[in-house]
Every structure is written in structure tokens, then in C-alpha cells.
Design a protein around this ligand. Structure first.
Ligand code: ZN
Length: 186
């Protein structure tokens, strides 16, 4: 059975059995929180459980490494919308130990891209067009520094109000224990 079919079969009984009932909520985040975190599979359920965040409590924004790649990219856009349209007043940037984006071997990733059939010329063309693929793929050397950078980017963004509180945290992907990197109240 395909993955999609498996999902559709499950989904059918999920809806029929009204399993959704316990998740019904509104689109405004009850706790007025935005959480920017990593797409790491270990955090999918662990992170909200470890922070006591239930359906309806927070807006979750995720990507590889919980890092903000561009001041006008989709992450900042999501935060801006959450702040102005959904009244979020605090942001938690949550990185984690053992992140796949920490010390990512970019040369190996490019090798994999080429071995999957993408022509070397494509990489060259993109590089010539000013898109530095290595820089674009590169994660970070230190999770603390990456979190501080993201917090700074949000705090100093021209479209972000000065009273928005932005915290930086690291979560242990095994135990869920949080460490504070930036306390947004200070
Ligand atoms: Zn990660």
C-alpha cells in the first residue's frame, strides 16, 4: 500500500469516528505565541508536549534548523502575519542540540543532488546567476549563535513592532528540556 493510501484510509476513519472533536479550536492562538522551530522529526510531538502547548495555543513555523534565511523570506512573513493578524505578542525561537543543519556537509549534499540526476551545469548556472548554493544550503556552526542571530533579526526587523517579545531557546530532542539562550523580557 502506498503512503498516501495508508494516510487516506486512516483519515477516513479519523473523520468518521469524530476523532477531531478534541482538537476543535479557533485560528487565534490562545496563548498569543509564535514558535519558530526546526522540522526535526523528534520534535513533532515532543516540543508541544514539553511546552504544554495544545491545539489552538500557538502558531508554529518550522523549517530546517529554525533559522531565518532572509529578512523578507517566508519565516518573517509568517511572524508578521501572526503578530498583526492573530495578535501574537511573544515569539519563541527554539533550536535544538544535534540539529541536522549544524555543520551540514554542503559538498556532500551537492554530490547527492548531482547523483540524483540534477546536472552539474544547473549548479554552475545558478552560481553564475548569483545564487551561491553552498551558502544557501549551509546551516550553522553553533546552535546558540544561530538562535541569537534569528532573535536579533526578528527584533530589529523594520516591520516588527518594538514591543514584541522574542525569546531564544534550545530544546533537548530527547528529554524536551529547555535552555534559555535569550530571555526576551530582559
Ligand atoms: Zn534541527
Amino acid at each position: 500500500m502506498s503512503k498516501l493510501q495508508e494516510i487516506l484510509d486512516f483519515n477516513k476513519s479519523f473523520v468518521e469516528d469524530k476523532e477531531y472533536d478534541k482538537y476543535i479550536t479557533s485560528k487565534e492562538p490562545n496563548k498569543k505565541l509564535v514558535v519558530l522551530s526546526c522540522m526535526d522529526t523528534r520534535l513533532t510531538e515532543l516540543l508541544p508536549k514539553a511546552l504544554n502547548l495544545k491545539n489552538g495555543d500557538a502558531k508554529f513555523v518550522k523549517n530546517a534548523g529554525a533559522s531565518i534565511m532572509h529578512p523578507f523570506g517566508s519565516i518573517i512573513r509568517s511572524i508578521v502575519v501572526a503578530v498583526y493578524e492573530f495578535e501574537a505578542d511573544e515569539v519563541l525561537v527554539i533550536g535544538h542540540h544535534g540539529c541536522g543543519m549544524s555543520n551540514l556537509n554542503v559538498d556532500k549534499t551537492i554530490e547527492k543532488i548531482i547523483s540524483r540526476g540534477v546536472s552539474k551545469d544547473v549548479i554552475t548556472t545558478l552560481n553564475n546567476a548569483g545564487i551561491d548554493i553552498k551558502k544557501w544550503l549551509h546551516g550553522f556552526d553553533s546552535v546558540e549563535e544561530s538562535i541569537k542571530e534569528s532573535v536579533g533579526l526578528i527584533k530589529n526587523h523594520p516591520l516588527i513592532p518594538k514591543d514584541l517579545i522574542v525569546h531564544g531557546l534550545i530544546i533537548d530532542p530527547k528529554t524536551g528540556k529547555l535552555e534559555i539562550v535569550v530571555n526576551g523580557y530582559k
